[in-house]
Design a protein around this ligand. Structure first.
Ligand SMILES: NC(=O)C1=CN([C@@H]2O[C@H](COP(=O)(O)OP(=O)(O)OC[C@H]3O[C@@H](n4cnc5c(N)ncnc54)[C@H](O)[C@@H]3O)[C@@H](O)[C@H]2O)C=CC1
Ligand SMILES: [Mg+2]
Length: 316
């Protein structure tokens, strides 16, 4: 086992790792991220990136020498660095700690750092250095659940399930939680297939429910989105872990049954209205558009816009 480094030893290691150079302080407001070394070599050398809001991001994973550093020496080094960043007018510190270096969390917390969020392999702590209360944005506030109302217009049948793990067995649409980076429609199609074996394609978004302090959302709020899907397979092969029952049910019967969650009942009536009067009355359709600043694309959901409104140049 390698011996732990003292604070003096850590400074020496870091001084060797990052050779002294001109002070790399923030030299512009271009928005580009730069590496900054604070304070200058010789006192402490916690390397960070400056963000466009004047905050510093320190990624401990990138500082190899920290592998041999103990918690007390880290605390001393961080304290000196924070003092330096404060004197330079930095607004905040973001400290990214890999899970295997979690021994540095408590020393950081003792200097005022708080958890911002954690992922499976790391945690991120923040310290607000600016004036007044913190203006740092919080982490994710909601989880997103998506269900598929798979409706076969030719037979007027709709696909419904009952949960295995619920005390009351009520009819609802198959669905589940969206995965990071997954489109809403793709979640609906995936969850429907996983839970029922039915293949389908996305048609539209029908409803959004927002609920706070949802019991299954780990203290976060819950967004539950129901999509209209069109089936292209019909043989049910439902997931025995999650579902107790799964059926193609007549839409009229579903709208009338009492053994149903309130949101499913409301959406069944909405679908009945769309089936009778035209789905354009109820559908929020999707279009992919380019984002202006990032070069990425996003999905925009809204009621269908007539073509002449899409192309019109000005408004009289
Ligand atoms: N009003 C409605 O009709 C209902 C709406 N929802 C919404 O659906 C979304 C979530 O859908 P779900 O089908 O619940 O998610 P899901 O389909 O992603 O996962 C459910 C399955 O995950 C597993 N699981 C969940 N929590 C677990 C735990 N603590 N320990 C072990 N296994 C666990 C179980 O196998 C469970 O059957 C949420 O947005 C929720 O609000 C859920 C139920 C009814
Ligand atoms: Mg589910």
């Amino acid at each position: 086992m390698r011996p732990l480094l003292s604070w003096a030893g850590w400074r020496a290691v870091l001084a060797r790792t990052h050779s002294p150079g001109p002070s790399a302080g923030y030299r512009g407001a271009s928005g580009a991220q730069r590496y900054v070394r604070n304070p200058p070599v010789g006192t402490c050398d916690l390397q960070g990136e400056l963000d466009r809001f004047g905050g510093i991001s320190v990624r401990l994973a990138r500082l190899d020498a920290l592998d041999r550093l103990d918690a007390a020496a880290f605390q001393k080094g961080l304290q000196a660095a924070v003092q330096q960043w404060r004197s330079e007018g930095r607004t905040a510190v973001w400290l990214h700690i890999p899970i295997l270096q979690s021994r540095f969390i408590a020393p950081a917390a003792s200097l005022g750092f708080c958890f911002h969020h954690a992922e499976s392999d790391s945690s991120t702590l923040t310290l607000w250095l600016g004036e007044g209360p913190s203006r740092l944005p919080g982490y994710a506030s909601h989880q997103v659940g998506v269900a598929g109302a798979v409706f076969d217009e030719s037979t007027r049948k709709i696909l419904v399930v009952q949960d295995r793990n619920k005390l009351k067995n009520m009819w609802k649409f198959p669905g589940g939680l969206s995965e990071p980076g997954e489109d809403i429609g793709d979640t609906a199609v995936r969850e429907v297939f996983e839970e029922t074996g039915i293949k389908s394609e996305f048609r539209s978004l029908l409803s959004i429910r927002q609920q706070h302090t949802n019991p299954g959302a780990f203290g976060k709020s819950d967004m539950y989105i129901i999509c209209r899907l069109k089936p292209y397979s019909f043989t049910i092969n439902f997931c025995q872990h999650e579902c107790l029952r799964c059926e193609w049910m007549d839409l009229n019967d579903l709208a009338k049954t009492e053994n149903i969650t309130p949101i499913t009942s409301r959406v069944a009536r909405l679908l009945l209205y769309g089936y009778r009067e035209g789905f354009d009355k109820i559908d929020l359709t999707v279009e992919e558009l380019p984002a202006v600043h990032t070069g990425l694309f996003y999905k925009l959901y809204h009621k269908e816009l007539p073509d002449n409104y899409k192309t019109m140049k000005g408004i009289d």
